[in-house]
Write a new protein. Sequence first.
Lengths: 166, 146
Amino acid sequence: MRVPEPRSGRIDPRAPRFGAGITAALLLITVFLGLVGAPWTGSLAQRALDPAFLLLLLVALLFLWGVVSPRAAPWAVLYRRVVGPRLKPPTELEDPRPPRFAQGVGLFVVSVGLVLQLLAVPWALPIAAGAAFVAAFLNAVFGFCLGCVLYLTLQRIGLVGRAATT
Amino acid sequence: MTTLGALLAIVALLTITVAAGFTLRRWRSAVQRVDTAEIIEPARLGAERLGDRATLLQFSTELCTRCPGVHRTLASIADAKQGVLHLDVDLTHRPDIARHFRLLQTPTTLILDRDGAIQARFGGAPPRDVVELELDRVTRMEHAGA
């Protein structure tokens, strides 16, 4: 069975949740590695080559991909090609802008962790990964997208999206 | 940190996140009994009239995923009950309405009695039976008061 092509670029709302599930798993592993390895010790090269740092860098690049080109991002493609066609067709389609913005929020949070890790700030990397994990997990399991709520709030006060309406 | 310590921290993180998820879910779908003196004027919302016995007043936005599903549910509830009207107000271009009703999420649904007074408030996508129960309460109250 084929999923109907979304009208005017709207997407299956389960697609971002699927991606958030994989992201949450990667982030949980990062938190674990960051807690066990104390990656903020050692020289700059050691800190930048620590497994926890590299895994969080991978997550950051995936977030960046999701912001720059959400349709071509790996989890979106995997969902569209493999997972989506095996599920029931979506009952609703959603606007892709809030989940795309949420990817940007995720990118910001993990980037802060990466920079502080390079500056050898203790605990910064597992804490940033943990914060991003909470948001990704709530989205994947409960369908509660914190970044999307932030987008809608900013839009309501007229900071993003269309200009403030009268 | 030892491996055991890290594992315990992971378990704590998961537990807190799951608890937060359940709290958020309950908070978002809770029914609030509202008793305000405010009478809703349909003209302010761009509607001609309210329902004769009760009104299901839904607030939606363009970007809202769950709004169309809630719209279908509420419309079918209103169709099945005589004198009950379903109004769906698009807030996308009406931030003034969102501020007035302190709407922090869409969809939000209000149940108005026949006079246009707000009797109940639902955040998110309420289950059909919960809406019907509250609607019954509101329409029964009107008989008791009459």
